[in-house]
Design a protein around this ligand. Structure first.
Ligand SMILES: Cc1cc2nc3c(=O)[nH]c(=O)nc-3n(C[C@H](O)[C@H](O)[C@H](O)COP(=O)(O)OP(=O)(O)OC[C@H]3O[C@@H](n4cnc5c(N)ncnc54)[C@H](O)[C@@H]3O)c2cc1C
Length: 373
């Protein structure tokens, strides 16, 4: 009899499994329906020998010292500051929008101070910022919104920004200086030997058994365990009783080229009519030296693996019904991006798992990241 069955071997499942085994001394069976651990952060060497992320580029960044220190037990890091360019009007311009973006686009020579004045002159007053469109037009006006955000968001979500929650575009700042980093978090690093190696170390504890290519439903009621931690889609767990929670999916097209470097930035966004949303060149992220390079093109899709919970008020209301049901279901804990239907980054999922663990084990959050026994 296992103490816990953990469903899903991504960041959520691997963190809670590691803590339960290593700190609380519990026995854990972790299953995943995919043929590998790591969830969406899984990386591997492709046929050409280039390290790629199978489910799209994953860049680690966090302000949480706890999360950084916790993961540092399982990996060394390489410093990496992420930069993105957008292909707009025949130019590659920095995104998030900054001083160089505007000067490059309009051929102006604004100073930071003048750019503030420019934004103030083009920004549209919005009484209450509710949608993703409101967020941007109230900061930088309609023209920049249309050039950099509107089509990108429409492609990514299949919805106009005016139909989407403010949370989607408020993740992208607007700057008046020349800082062209995508993130400004305290810790911006990539696992030195890749994510999969890190997950292998997290799950290497003798109390943890791993079962891949195995859907939860195949072992439910067959293998004995006391409690379940479910990191798959919460609506799936309850057989879609209240209907399906909508997710946005992606299709990835990988391309290997016979050159060491193919594009001038790690990621290029295409906020225009191209069928793909963005193209990533992995070697920038990994720092790998190799005579060839691999790119991934991302195409947003309505059908496919569930990647992004769709942030709209009606979906939040539907999730609340599942959440109530989840809370009333004894012996099952829900965790992670799919288990709690929330657009979390990797570090947020680790933090969520550490918090759940601290509650389950009756220890403080700080104690939850210190190792004994
Ligand atoms: C394209 C893309 C890019 C991203 N980029 C970043 C980034 O740059 N930085 C960042 O911090 N975050 C990024 N994220 C978010 C990141 O992927 C998530 O925060 C993280 O993967 C969530 O971990 P998780 O364990 O909750 O879910 P997942 O990684 O999705 O793991 C859940 C696992 O559960 C398994 N599962 C589901 N149902 C079942 C079942 N019934 N039975 C068995 N197994 C099941 C799945 O196969 C999966 O492996 C990105 C996400 C995507 C899609």
């Amino acid at each position: 009899m296992f103490d816990y069955l953990v469903v899903g071997a991504g960041f959520a499942g691997s963190t809670i499994a590691e803590r339960l085994a290593a700190q609380a001394g519990k026995t854990v069976l972790i299953c995943d329906k995919r043929p590998h651990i790591g969830g969406n952060a899984y990386d591997h060497y492709d046929d050409a020998g280039v390290l790629v992320h199978k489910y799209g580029p994953h860049i680690f960044h966090t302000n949480s010292r706890d999360v950084f220190e916790y993961l540092s037990r399982f990996t060394a890091w390489r410093p990496y500051q992420h930069r993105v360019r957008a292909w707009v009007d025949g130019q590659l311009l920095p995104i998030p929008i900054n001083l160089d973006t505007v000067n490059g686009l309009y051929g102006t020579k604004f100073t930071s101070f003048e750019l503030e004045g420019f934004f103030a002159s083009v920004a549209e007053p919005v009484a209450q910022v509710k949608t993703s469109e409101d967020v941007i037009v109230s900061k930088v006006g309609r023209e920049l919104y249309e050039k950099f955000f509107r089509n990108y968001t429409r492609k990514q979500w299949g919805l106009d920004p005016s139909e989407l929650d403010a949370s989607v575009t408020s993740r992208v700042p607007v700057r008046t200086n020349r800082d062209d980093r995508y993130f400004t978090d305290t810790y911006q690093v990539m696992p030195l030997h890749g994510y999969t190696r890190m997950f292998e170390r997290m799950l290497a504890h003798p109390n943890i058994k791993i079962l891949l290519n195995t859907d939860y439903h195949e072992i439910e009621g067959v293998i004995p365990y006391r409690e379940v931690i479910f990191t798959g889609p919460v609506d799936e767990f309850f057989d879609y009783r209240f209907g399906r929670l909508p997710y946005r999916s992606l299709e990835f097209r990988f391309e290997t080229l016979n050159v060491p470097v193919a594009q001038p930035a790690p990621v290029i966004n295409y906020p225009n009519d191209n069928p793909y949303t963005r193209v990533t060149e992995f070697k920038y992220l990994s720092g790998q030296e190799h005579p060839k390079t691999t790119l991934v093109y991302e195409y947003a899709r309505a059908e496919g693996d569930p990647y992004y919970p769709v942030p709209q008020p009606q979906n939040a209301a539907l999730y609340r019904r599942y959440q109530e049901l989840a809370e009333a279901t004894p012996g099952v804990y829900f965790l992670g991006r799919l288990g709690t239907y929330k657009y979390y980054n990797m570090d947020q999922v680790v933090a969520q798992a550490l918090t759940l663990y601290s509650k389950m084990a009756g220890v403080s959050r700080r104690e939850s990241v210190t190792v004994h026994p």
